[in-house]
Ligand binder design. Structure first.
Ligand code: C2E
Length: 793
């Protein structure tokens, strides 16, 4: 569809082209007539009419001649012109066209001339090339020969109007040619003849199709880049470089894109100097400023990633010089990414609970400490610390309390070492401490001692006072090893030994310790088969009623006869069984075995002698306790009143409602409930009432120092008084000598158990023991149990 593009119509500013006089015969005729008329004038005025004009002056006659001859000439010329025929005009146009032809051949633009009717009179070579038509095809024909009818008609209409209005027009027009649809820039002017009549039209056209396409492409590309610039997420700014003595000294903001503001938070910066915006940039962000100067000086682009303190942002940027000598910067605010990276890095190397370095970082620090030790000929030590009673805290007071304790321990540890040392959390309640540059083992011992003393101080956690201790194993570089893995293993082994040797202590690694580790592994594996292989047995430790001196019960204590390790103490394997979950089936076995044995001794005449069985927290959680107990009682026909279950405080405190329900079910069977290790937990008295506890068992750690430690004596006395006020009985365990017994009696303790009376013993020995200490046959029948007279004072 042909159309106008950028049409400019110019009113007759430049003079319209005109056609030169075309007929010399007309002029000759005029001149001849003029000559004859002039001669006749003089002949008549000077000859025939001389007498008549004799009185008139020569000047007057001359003037009269000029006037008359001018009129005649004008009339003649007018007549001559008026008689010029269209043919004359056509031939003069044709002559003009021929003259122009030679000139127009050199032109690179299409030049053409049309007559009044639109027929081509001139069609130069450039026009031929432009439309792929020869002049021969076109001359004498109108636009229909070149273009489709509708386009040709429109063009001719334009020409007609132009001629009518005598206007010069410039416009762009798209036309369908033999070479396809092309756009032309056209300038056309009407041609005038000497009588100022329009006789045709002259045009100059240029094919601007490629130019238009190029400029359209440029426009699109510009639009694309502008849109990219406006919408790009990166910030952009360009600066005028302010120079002094040729050296860049400052930069003035010229323009910025919208992201600049988003990324920096800066508004209306255009026209401002960088030194004005950031007065301290040369000091605080010298690296960035210097880079700007360098790029402006060398013209070499540079990339940068760093922190811009003036705006408190991290950014990545490219500095470069633009074509027009401006400094430009494209940048991205990466603060969020950087913070996330730092966080991730922190997480990768730190423990989330305490914020302390984790094992990975500890390893790195240990390697550094070792390098330091090698250089300075000193030592480096790796301390493996494990809290002694953390599980109890977690179990009894919950994980949130446990977490708080871990955090508090971390804080205390940090106060025990120097800045060059590293405290790290290894996991759970385990910490690693890397000591850098100790010169002697004594120095390491001093630090370890300090740490133990700090940990032993009471912790105030969630409004409760918690007491805990720690065990520390120490491995020293280079004596115990040169790599982290070896040192860690040895420090761990030493820590186990510290635990075995009474806790709240530290041990340096000793090669002999490695034997113990192998044992531990064997124990873990062996426990799995112990039940199947019948390796467990129960021993019974008598419990004495102090008032009567009679044996009123026995605590069932498990023994493990390991085929290779020999007799393994429950203190060693019960924690391993708990850790692996094997305590549940083992506990069920103990319960059945205890019921079986107690039922048996009832039948053998030890009527009323109860059996006390230890229960583990895991049995409450995972085992079907009520069913197990019911089944065991029923299977062996044991009177429930002869069964006592010993629970630790921690079992009662955790998941209270759930445990309460189970305890009620158990109690409803008619059995008794005792709280084991009383005094070492963290609970209040309220649960004693709620759980309908029958007996408190005072932990042997209090009993041990009863004679020497007034505090322990006071604690025991208080526990007994409190228990009595709640109608609970008390039993003291670990009674080893008479002095302890005397004091317990003084405090009105109800029952005792301990080596003073008897060590735990196999069933047959126990029955024999009870019989041997029977005061009389008649007493043995008593339901109060068997009396031991020596103890009754
Ligand atoms: N120093 C000293 N110790 C004395 C004295 N009298 C008794 N003992 C010991 O104290 C422990 C008492 O058991 P516990 O506090 O329940 O402590 C028990 C109990 O927590 C656990 N345990 C033993 N048998 C079982 C069991 O069948 N099930 C569960 N869950 N735990 C058990 O193993 C722990 C250790 O048991 P044992 O090695 O048999 O150690 C027993 C016993 O031999 C004394 O006068 N002085």
């Amino acid at each position: 569809m042909p159309d106008y593009k950028q049409s400019h119509v110019t009113a007759q500013d430049p003079p319209l082209p005109s056609v030169a006089p075309s007929d010399p015969s007309g002029s000759i005729r005029v001149v001849t007539i003029y000559g004859v008329a002039a001669a006749a004038w003089f002949g008549l005025t000077e000859g025939v009419f001389a007498n008549l004009t004799g009185g008139i002056s020569g000047l007057t006659k001359g003037l009269a001649f000029v006037a008359v001859s001018t009129l005649i000439l004008a009339a003649l010329l007018r007549r001559t012109m008026a008689t010029e025929t269209p043919r004359d005009r056509a031939s003069s146009m044709a002559r003009l066209a021929r003259r122009l032809q030679a000139i127009s051949e050199q032109a690179s633009q299409a030049i053409y001339v049309k007559d009044e009717c639109g027929r081509y009179l001139l069609f130069n070579s450039a026009a031929e090339r432009m439309l792929n038509r020869t002049a021969d095809d076109v001359i004498g024909r109108d636009d229909h020969v070149l273009f489709p009818a509708d386009e040709a008609a429109e063009l001719m209409e334009i020409d007609r109007k132009m001629m009518a209005e005598r206007r010069i027009e410039t416009y762009d027009r798209t036309l369908t040619t033999r070479l396809g649809v092309r756009t032309f820039s056209v300038t056309k002017a009407p041609l005038l003849d000497t009588s100022n009549r329009v006789v045709g039209i002259i045009g100059v056209s240029r094919d601007i199709t490629e130019l238009l396409m190029a400029s359209e492409a440029l426009r699109r590309s510009e639009a694309r880049y502008r849109s990219m610039f406006e919408n790009m997420l990166s910030g952009f700014a360009s600066y005028e470089v302010i120079r002094e003595n040729g050296r860049p000294v400052d930069f003035r903001y010229l323009f910025t894109n919208p992201s600049f503001e988003v990324q920096t938070g800066l508004k209306n910066v255009t026209g401002k100097l960088v030194s004005e915006m950031f007065p301290t940039i040369k000091e605080t962000d010298a690296e960035i400023y210097e880079m700007g100067v360098r790029v402006a000086e060398t013209g070499q682009p540079e990339k940068h990633e760093g922190y811009f303190s003036a705006l408190n942002i991290w950014f990545v940027s490219s500095f470069f010089m633009t074509e027009d000598g401006l400094l430009a910067i494209i940048f991205e605010n990466i603060t969020e990414r950087k913070t996330a990276e730092q966080k991730i890095e922190h997480l990768a190397y730190h423990d989330s609970l305490t914020g302390l370095p984790n094992r990975l970082l500890a390893q790195d620090r240990m390697t550094q400490a070792a390098a330091h030790a090698q250089r300075d000929r000193t030592m480096a030590a790796l301390l493996f610390l494990d809290l002694d009673s953390f599980k109890g805290v977690n179990d009894s007071l919950g994980h949130s309390c446990g977490d708080d304790l871990i955090r508090a321990v971390a804080e205390r540890l940090s106060n025990c070492v120097r800045d060059t040392d590293t405290i790290s959390r290894h996991g759970g309640d385990e910490f690693l401490i890397v000591l850098t540059g100790p010169r002697t083992s004594d120095a390491i011992s001093t630090t370890a001692g300090k740490i133990l003393a700090q940990i032993a101080q009471p912790f105030d956690i969630q409004n409760q006072t918690l007491l805990t201790t720690a065990s520390i194993g120490i491995a020293v570089y280079p004596g115990d090893g040169t790599d982290f893995a070896t040192l860690l293993k040895k420090a761990d082994t030493a820590m186990y030994h510290a635990k075995e040797e009474g806790r709240n202590t530290y041990r340096f690694f000793d090669e002999r310790m490695n034997v113990g580790v192998a044992e531990l592994l064997r124990m873990r594996n062996g426990l799995r088969n112990a039940l199947d292989h019948d390796e467990f047995e129960l021993h019974f430790q008598p419990q004495i009623d102090l008032a009567s001196g009679r044996v009123i019960g026995a605590e069932a204590l498990i023994r493990w006869n390991h085929p290779e390790l020999g007799r393994v103490s429950p203190d060693r394997f019960i924690p391993v069984a708990e850790e692996s979950g094997l305590i549940v089936p083992i506990g069920e076995w103990v319960l059945r075995e205890a019921c079986r044995r107690a039922a048996a001794w009832q039948k053998e005449g030890l009527a009323g002698v109860t059996v006390a069985v230890n229960l583990s927290a895991l049995q409450f959680k995972r085992g079907n306790l009520k069913q197990t107990v019911t089944d065991a009682l029923a299977e062996f026909g044991l009177d429930p009143t002869c069964l006592e279950l010993e629970l630790t405080e921690s079992i009662l405190i955790k998941d209270v409602e759930e445990v309460l329900a189970t305890v009620f079910q158990l109690k409803s069977l008619g059995l008794k409930l005792a709280i084991d290790d009383f005094g070492t937990g963290y609970s209040s008295l309220s649960y004693l009432k709620r759980f309908k506890v029958d007996k408190l068992k005072i932990d042997k750690s209090f009993v041990r120092d009863l004679a020497s430690d007034p505090d322990d004596a006071a604690i025991i006395r208080t526990i007994i008084q409190m228990a009595h006020s709640l109608n609970l009985r008390t039993i003291a365990e670990g009674v080893e000598d008479q002095e302890m017994l005397d004091r317990l009696r003084l405090f009105h303790c109800d029952e005792i158990q301990g080596y003073l009376i008897a060590r735990p013993m196999p069933i047959d020995d126990f029955i024999a023991f009870v019989r041997a200490h029977s005061p009389s046959a008649s007493d043995s029948a008593s339901d109060r149990g068997t009396a031991i007279p020596i103890l009754v004072r």
